[in-house]
Design a protein around this ligand. Structure first.
Ligand SMILES: NC(=O)c1ccc[n+]([C@@H]2O[C@H](COP(=O)([O-])OP(=O)(O)OC[C@H]3O[C@@H](n4cnc5c(N)ncnc54)[C@H](OP(=O)(O)O)[C@@H]3O)[C@@H](O)[C@H]2O)c1
Length: 347
């Protein structure tokens, strides 16, 4: 008989939470009991799972009793408050927030890249940042063949990257502008409809924002090397869903576009999408709702003999967050690693 698990989604009403719910059903994850947790604001609401209306409960100590797996997507401070409590009560937590990603005790896992890291979990496994996951899935197979020395990334990040409310805000702004009114920005700092702006996460002393530094530090942790030089410029664009990235890679030796294409066409989690005659390449509308990271426009960097350029689009709510988390959960089930931690991560 297949074993099944008692699962809780913390942040069930959010952009990532609702996707988690859908994926557990679509992928037939072995769930024996499902708890949907969110803030007090959502108590009284219900969400459907396998044809059943499940109530939203507010998060509390008691909510984590008799739970084997917590899929957390309620922001960093909520995870910092509740993850250790859930672990103490015997659950394994897969956390979508940035709260534990760079904690050396916590594995940071992209199943296509470093599934082995999950085996070392001590109760919490971190899901990487969404732009980082998409880039890692595409770059890792190439890095396996010829070591990448430097990555220069520019991102084009959709509104939903800032959550369900940001996505609604952009729609409202677009409506307002089309009706001749001024757009209102409350969730994001500036109007995003018919506009774009550099990512609004806090800036460090070197002028890099947090999102850019996540791409630098998390990629190195996932790839298991501090040697790769990485720089990024992250930008929010008025796309509702799915992020895009322009990536320049410098390898230790020349890497032909055809060789890269051949490797990527066989790589897990990647789908090549290139029609040079029609100038047809990955677009966010194509990536929306898809599991794979779409990669195209692979070309020689004319400014460097060891350089390659590529373009990718990926559904950051799906592979960049919820799907990656569910894949980690599936990995834990497959390897029998979904059991109470022996060691607790310090709070
Ligand atoms: N959106 C993305 O593309 C993406 C990608 C990767 C990672 N992430 C990360 O995933 C997490 C969730 O993001 P999201 O985009 O889904 O955000 P969201 O749409 O704003 O949803 C946030 C969720 O957290 C709940 N929540 C907020 N404060 C809470 C509290 N104090 N106690 C309990 N629940 C609380 C909300 O419940 P209510 O509805 O009751 O307020 C809601 O369910 C964040 O850490 C984010 O950085 C997001």
């Amino acid at each position: 008989m297949t074993k099944s698990y008692r699962v809780a989604i913390l942040g069930a009403t959010g952009a990532v939470g609702t996707e988690l719910l859908e994926l557990l059903e679509q992928r037939n994850f072995p769930v024996s009991d499902l708890k949907l947790l969110a803030s007090e604001r959502s108590v009284g609401r219900t969400l459907q799972f396998k044809g059943e209306n499940l109530p939203i409960e507010s998060v509390s100590d008691r909510a984590f009793e008799n739970v084997d797996l917590v899929l957390a997507s309620a922001g960093g401070s909520t995870s910092k408050t509740w993850a250790a409590i859930a672990v103490e009560k015997g659950a394994v937590v897969i956390d979508n927030s940035s709260a534990f990603r760079m904690n050396p005790e916590v594995p940071l896992v992209v199943p296509e890249v470093n599934p082995q890291a999950a085996a070392n979990h001590q109760g919490i496994i971190a899901n990487p940042n969404c732009t980082t996951i998409l880039m890692a899935v595409a770059v890792w197979p190439l890095h396996q063949v010829k070591s990448v020395q430097r990555i220069v990334a520019a991102t084009y990040q959709s509104a939903s990257g800032a959550g369900a409310k940001a996505m609604a805000e952009v729609k409202n702004q677009a409506n307002a502008i089309l009706q001749g009114h001024s757009p209102v920005a409350e969730v994001l700092p500036y109007p995003l409809a018919f506009n774009l702006f550099p990512h609004n996460s806090p800036l460090n002393d070197f002028g890099y924002c947090e999102e850019e530094m996540k791409m630098v530090n998390e990629t190195r942790k996932i790839f298991g090397t501090q040697e790769i030089r990485i720089t990024a410029t992250c930008v929010r664009v008025p796309v509702l869903r799915a992020h895009s990235e322009a990536i320049n890679l410098e390898f230790e030796e020349p890497f032909s576009p055809d060789e890269a294409r051949d490797i990527l066409s066989r790589s897990p989690g990647v789908k090549l999408l290139e029609d040079w005659e029609s100038n047809y390449f990955p677009m966010p509308i194509e990536a929306t709702g898809k599991d794979e990271v779409l990669v195209g426009r692979i070309r020689q960097d004319i400014s460097h003999p060891h350089g390659l350029e590529l373009w990718l689009c990926g559904d950051q709510i799906r592979k960049g967050a919820a799907l990656n988390a569910v894949q980690i959960a599936e990995l834990l089930v497959e390897k029998n690693l979904l059991k109470p931690a022996q060691v607790y991560v310090s709070r």
